[in-house]
Design a protein around this ligand. Structure first.
Ligand SMILES: [Fe+2]
Ligand SMILES: [Fe+2]
Length: 284
């Protein structure tokens, strides 16, 4: 009898250990981008997106810049009021070129303080600052690039996710591209060299995905701006990290999930109704 009790206890402990490990290696991250509080804000879209995201109970939510249209204090107030509804264990905010207009860079950190390095059980999420005052193009800069490499060195065993407002690789259907980061080559080299698993960009309001070496570069559409390019639905991204595997999907607000491979393959997708047949659900 005693032996049976000890055995049951051992099995229970083993089960709890396995369950604990499984819990540690799973993470759900949501990326929303280009909110653009101001004249082009679709407030109802933003509110619907936040409600959907809160229902997912994400571990991490990243807002990849352009929270405002012109960096005005009234726009920052609206952004803060609206984004206060967004719930996640960890919230990360990035500034975009629009937030840096009208000396909005002085306001951004007041309204949206954030840390450049966020660590979870199985991943590290790094913020690269690319916006510069009164410039639409972006720049990471030599010092920040060196800091990036040194920081990532410390997280060799974790899934490495880097977030940046500007795009580091051009995106189709966005016209003559003159506003990628000016030091894209150096940054790409550092990202690949540091074995980054996933890069999350915003800025172009056009969802897209590139694979470079072992690194996935995912571009977000806009969550709530009227201005969209080549994909005419407001959307956000849902990223699941299991073990070392990263799976990113696009979620149309009020619609279904779309695999990024479908977006790349079916470039002519224009409306949510056309996409519905490619949607699938993300089980959680
Ligand atoms: Fe934007
Ligand atoms: Fe932008």
């Amino acid at each position: 009898m005693l032996q049976t009790c000890v055995r049951i206890q051992q099995i229970t402990l083993l089960y709890l250990e396995v369950e604990n490990k499984l819990r540690l290696i799973k993470m759900l991250l949501v990326q929303i981008s280009d909110v653009h509080c101001g004249p082009m804000l679709r407030q109802e879209m933003l509110r619907s997106a936040i409600k959907e995201i809160n229902d997912l109970s994400p571990d991490v939510a990243v807002v990849t810049g352009d929270l405002t249209e012109n960096g005005l204090i009234s726009e920052f107030k609206t952004a803060a009021k609206e984004l206060k509804r967004l719930k996640a264990e960890k919230l990360i905010y990035l500034s975009g070129n629009h937030d840096y207009r009208s000396t909005g860079y002085l306001l951004f950190r007041e309204f949206f303080p954030f840390s450049q390095v966020t660590e979870t059980d199985n991943a590290v999420i790094i913020v690269l600052s690319s916006a510069r005052p009164d410039r639409d193009d972006g720049e990471v800069g030599h010092r920040q690039n060196i800091w990036l490499e040194r920081t990532l060195e410390k997280f060799k065993n974790k899934v490495k996710i880097v977030t940046i407002h500007h795009h580091i690789v051009p995106v189709p259907d966005t016209g003559a591209d003159q506003i990628t980061i000016v030091d894209a080559g150096d940054v790409l080299r550092s990202l690949v060299k540091s074995h980054v698993n996933l890069v999350l960009c915003g800025h172009r309001h056009r969802p897209w995905q590139w694979k470079m070496e072992d690194m996935l570069v995912v571009h977000a559409g806009s969550v709530s701006c009227e201005k969209l390019r080549g994909f005419f639905c407001n959307s956000y991204n849902v990223v699941e990290v299991k073990n070392k595997k990263v799976d990113a999907k696009l979620k149309i607000i009020g619609g279904g999930y779309v695999n990024f491979k479908e977006i790349v393959k079916r470039r002519e997708i224009l409306q949510a109704s056309d996409i519905s047949q490619y949607s699938d659900s993300l089980a959680r």
